[in-house]
Ligand binder design. Structure first.
Ligand SMILES: [Zn+2]
Length: 293
């Protein structure tokens, strides 16, 4: 089967510095409006470096951010990036009911579709917090009209994580409906899956190691998915109070992330999830055409 030959995807979860999850100090949504905002500047810087490197990214917008800063969504769209959804209120999936989750996922989709005038096909859960304890997750996403999901974290994780050992994209079916799952990219180290391509590990590890692990993923013919938050390129953003371990994970190497991202963006041939899916479907069509039967 022919597969798309460029298989790197750069994704941004568009949220602010106070959206770090699962802390006693994580502010409630009712407090967000009163907090200093850094996302506008940080996201704008990211849009500029993406333009400079001629990279199209997938931007998973928090619905709350999209409502407050609609110009960010419009500008990302105008520059050719894919607009996708990060839910509305950034709640951990396993702390919501199926119905609450459905309403949140649908609400952000509608806001983003109103702003862009096009359909939004992708979803990513806050904190990759889909777990075996939320079996309704995929069914509710299908019901909300999403085409693909990028929320499964097939490795150990503080909140969420599903140790499925399924690292390549796969289709999940429910009756006549289906959704395409893109698990977060991981590479196995001594048999243990580790994500080098986003969050604390991306900031912690040196570029040469990330590149080595990236080639390992590509060699296994899987898409290589990077993810980033706008706050991660902003070393001076305000900090939330947290214990030492979480502080390390949340804030390690913020000063060097910008350089690393600049290098990554210049080194891999990136595309959006939407383009990946389109090319993949086209390759299946080609195969059908070539079928002698
Ligand atoms: Zn998030």
């Amino acid at each position: 089967m022919k597969k798309p030959n460029r298989k790197c995807i750069f994704s941004i979860d568009v949220e602010d510095w106070f959206h770090i999850l699962d802390l006693p100090s994580t502010p409630d949504i009712t407090q967000w409006d009163a907090l200093e905002s850094r996302v506008e500047n940080n996201f704008q810087r990211l849009l500029d470096v993406l333009s400079e490197k001629k990279v199209f990214a997938t931007c998973f917008f928090l619905g709350w951010i999209a409502e407050k800063y609609p110009h960010l969504v419009r500008e990302a769209k105008a520059r050719g990036h894919e607009i996708a959804s990060h839910g509305y209120s950034h709640r951990l999936v396993y702390q919501t009911t199926a119905q609450e989750f459905f309403q949140d996922a649908r609400r952000s989709k509608m806001i983003l579709e109103d702003l862009t005038g096009t359909s939004v096909s992708g979803y990513r859960a806050s904190g990759f917090s889909v777990t075996p304890q939320t079996p309704w997750f995929f069914e509710k996403l299908m019901e909300s009209g999403y085409v693909y999901d990028a929320s499964v974290f097939p490795a150990r994780r503080g909140h969420g994580g599903m140790r499925t050992r399924r690292y390549a994209p796969y289709v999940i079916k429910d009756g006549s409906k289906e959704i395409l799952e893109f698990p977060v990219s991981v590479a196995e180290v001594l048999g243990i899956p580790v994500c080098f391509f986003g969050g604390g590990y991306l900031r912690l590890f040196p570029y040469f190691l990330i590149r080595k692990m990236a080639y390992r993923v590509l060699k296994e013919n899987r898409p290589l998915i990077f993810y980033l938050h706008p706050r991660e390129i902003d070393p001076d953003h305000p900090r939330l109070p947290m214990n030492l371990q979480r502080r390390f994970k949340s804030y390690v190497n913020l000063k060097t992330t910008w350089q690393k991202i600049d290098r990554i963006l210049g080194s891999f041939p990136f595309m959006t999830f939407e383009t990946y899916i389109k090319e993949y479907k086209a390759s299946l069509e080609d195969d059908k055409d070539a079928d002698p039967r």
